[in-house]
Design a protein around this ligand. Structure first.
Ligand code: MRU
Length: 360
């Protein structure tokens, strides 16, 4: 079995080299390749090509990426520094459209620059460093807290189904949807996890299965179209998925196929939980239909994982990377500040109220 992936950092800052360090997830499960990136073009590519992926990990990578870029800006004064910083920020923000954590993290970094107009360029660089480190550290706490809330909803021996990878590989540590499973495993619970392979990019088969299996957790990979059968067999007591953006009404956008899993869960009466850090909840977006859905190239569907083409040359391909589960299909949205229940228009506001009070 491969090294326990829990011993690796998904995304990190190499202080000495001034580099963003990531696991190249396109090489998993076959190689654990570590990349050290200093050029902004390479950082943009790493996000676009899913070398680093998963909403929280994208946010952390963008924060570290914009810091390492800003740290090399040579500017005589604030205006010159901010102009270069903004260019870097906007460029990284164009790498993927759906996960709101990307914009959330980059906006946080920009706020540091905007709030400190009186500081020297050297001081601004230090403040950006500290903010990038804080974004990463917070993600670890946030995921652990989501894991603890999630663990209250399941018991030893349960069967759990997940879609895509919302695990350690998608965050700074533990994951969101996989956090309850990792934390439970550390307490000796024996879960049986079903990972949808998650076509077309196979985040379930390549990443979740690898992550869980390497952590010694009982893991079974199923093709996406087998989920109904597994639920019908009575093997699934709960479903945990991550998300890329939750709208204010609770519609939750996640990897393509998530809405189908949610519909099946409703049919079979299985609780369907969305695990969402507050950084993934976008109260500015009213409903799921308003969330921009990334469309990706056709070759991911027709060729990418096959030894030869699996669809005729020139055929039309539709490849949306995400869909959203309607709020009425969601049993609960697990955040670091507790579990929101329907009606989400109210409960999500309460979660943000709680966050504000805790951080007063
Ligand atoms: O395209 P990806 O691999 O970045 O999609 C990832 C997902 O859909 C995850 O479920 C989501 O980002 C949550 S990660 C904690």
């Amino acid at each position: 079995m491969a090294d326990n992936i829990m011993n690796y950092e998904t995304v990190a800052l190499d202080e000495e080299k001034g580099a963003l360090v990531i696991i190249n997830q396109t090489q998993l499960p076959n190689h654990v390749e570590i990349l050290s990136l200093t050029e902004i073009k390479d950082i943009w590519d790493a996000i676009y090509l899913l070398k680093v992926r998963g909403a929280p990990a994208i946010g952390v990578a963008a924060a570290i990426g914009v810091y390492v870029t800003a740290n090399r800006i040579e500017a005589a004064d604030y205006d010159a520094f901010y102009a270069e910083f903004k260019k870097a920020k906007d460029y990284l923000a164009s790498s993927r459209p759906t996960a709101v954590n990307l914009f959330w993290a980059l906006d946080r970094m920009e706020k540091v620059v905007l709030d400190n107009k009186d500081k020297s360029v050297a001081d601004l660089k230090t403040l950006l460093h500290d903010e990038a480190v804080a974004i990463k550290e917070e993600d670890i706490w946030v995921c652990k807290s989501i894991g603890e809330y999630g663990l209250e909803l399941i018991k030893d021996g349960d069967g759990i189904l997940t879609h895509c990878n919302a695990g350690q590989l998608a965050t700074a540590k533990y994951g969101t949807a996989l956090a309850p499973i990792h934390l439970g495993a550390e307490k000796g619970y024996k879960f049986k996890v079903f990972t949808d392979e998650t076509r077309p990019l196979l985040q379930g088969a390549r990443l979740s299965a690898f992550e869980l299996h390497s952590h010694g957790i009982d893991t079974t990979v199923i093709c996406d179209n087998m989920a109904s059968q597994v639920m019908k067999n009575g093997w699934v007591q709960a479903i945990f998925v991550g998300c890329d953006r939750v709208a204010a009404n609770g519609d939750a956008c996640n990897k393509i196929g998530t809405s189908g899993v949610a519909i099946l869960a409703k049919y079979y009466g299985i609780p369907f939980y969305v695990c969402a850090p507050t950084s993934t909840i976008d109260m500015e977006t009213e409903k799921g239909e308003d969330i921009p859905i990334e469309e990706r190239p056709a070759h991911e569907v027709t060729e990418m994982w096959y030894s030869k083409r699996m669809a005729p040359e020139g055929v039309n391909v539709y490849n949306p990377a995400f869909d959203f589960a309607d709020n009425e299909l969601i049993t609960g949205i697990i955040t670091e500040y507790g579990i929101a229940r329907p009606p989400y228009n109210e409960s999500l506001k309460e979660i943000f109220e709680k966050k504000k009070n805790v951080n007063k």
